[in-house]
Design a protein around this ligand. Structure first.
Ligand SMILES: N[C@@H](CCC(=O)N[C@@H](CS)C(=O)NCC(=O)O)C(=O)O
Length: 225
């Protein structure tokens, strides 16, 4: 039975914008595993009941149900050891945590409001209320002054730039889960907003483009607003 991936979608079922789901998409493509995409929208918690929680990605592989992008990546490496994602590298957890806790908040401050425009109307109220409660301000206030914040974002990318000066991929000579963690994070703003957060003429921007071209341009061809 084909692997199924429950992933976050916009009004258009092909409009995929979750950083975590993109990490899993890249991982499955890296291993050459076919999968069926199952679009999931905010508030459809009952559809994830079988996984015992209410977030995507959820991977269903035969009888096995795995949630959480990091857990899914380690599951894939254990179950399908060909073309390793190198998730056994303990320090990769650091990159995952850095992306989730440093990169994501910086990105959110520039694009979170734009998500409202691509999700189904009946989920907008939930999205606005839950995110405004988390930020303690309106979504419009969160992204206010984002043009100025884009310059600071350039500095947030410094650790990546330093690594990419020394090697072509975050994984070294070839892409691995390190690349998919960060590329997954960067697919989020690219998929939800016309506001381009990537610095021009930059090593990280070039690497991101190169990563989107992988797997027959899977991420490059992805829907944008
Ligand atoms: N740590 C989890 C985070 C998963 C997560 O937060 N997913 C979001 C989509 S980007 C979600 O399903 N949110 C549901 C909601 O906010 O109701 C992972 O790495 O997979």
């Amino acid at each position: 039975m084909a692997i199924r991936l429950f992933e976050l979608a916009g009004s258009n079922p092909d409009h995929l914008f979750s950083p975590y789901c993109w990490r899993t998409r890249f991982s499955l493509a890296h291993k050459g595993l076919d999968f069926e995409s199952v679009p999931w929208r905010f508030t459809e918690n009952d559809r994830l009941g079988f996984s015992g929680q209410n977030k995507v990605p959820v991977l269903v592989d035969g009888e096995t149900v795995v949630h959480d992008s990091w857990t899914i990546a380690t599951y894939l490496d254990l179950t399908y050891p060909q073309k390793t994602l190198k998730t056994e590298a303990a320090h990769l957890r650091f990159l995952n945590a850095w992306a989730d806790t440093v990169l994501h908040p910086a990105i959110a401050r520039m694009v979170v409001r734009d998500i409202l425009d691509i999700i189904p109307e009946n989920t907008r109220d939930y999205f606005r209320k839950s995110r405004e409660a988390a930020f303690g301000m309106t979504l419009e206030q969160v992204v206010e002054g984002r043009e100025d914040r884009r310059d600071a974002f350039r500095a947030v990318l410094n650790p990546l730039r330093i690594v990419l000066r020394a090697q072509p991929w975050l994984g070294g000579d070839a892409p691995d889960y390190a690349d998919y963690i960060v590329a997954g994070s960067l697919m989020w703003p690219r998929s939800v907003s016309a506001f381009d957060i990537m610095p021009p003429n930059d090593l990280v921007t070039d690497w991101f483009k190169k990563t989107r071209a992988l797997f027959d341009g899977m991420a490059e061809k992805a829907l944008r607003p």
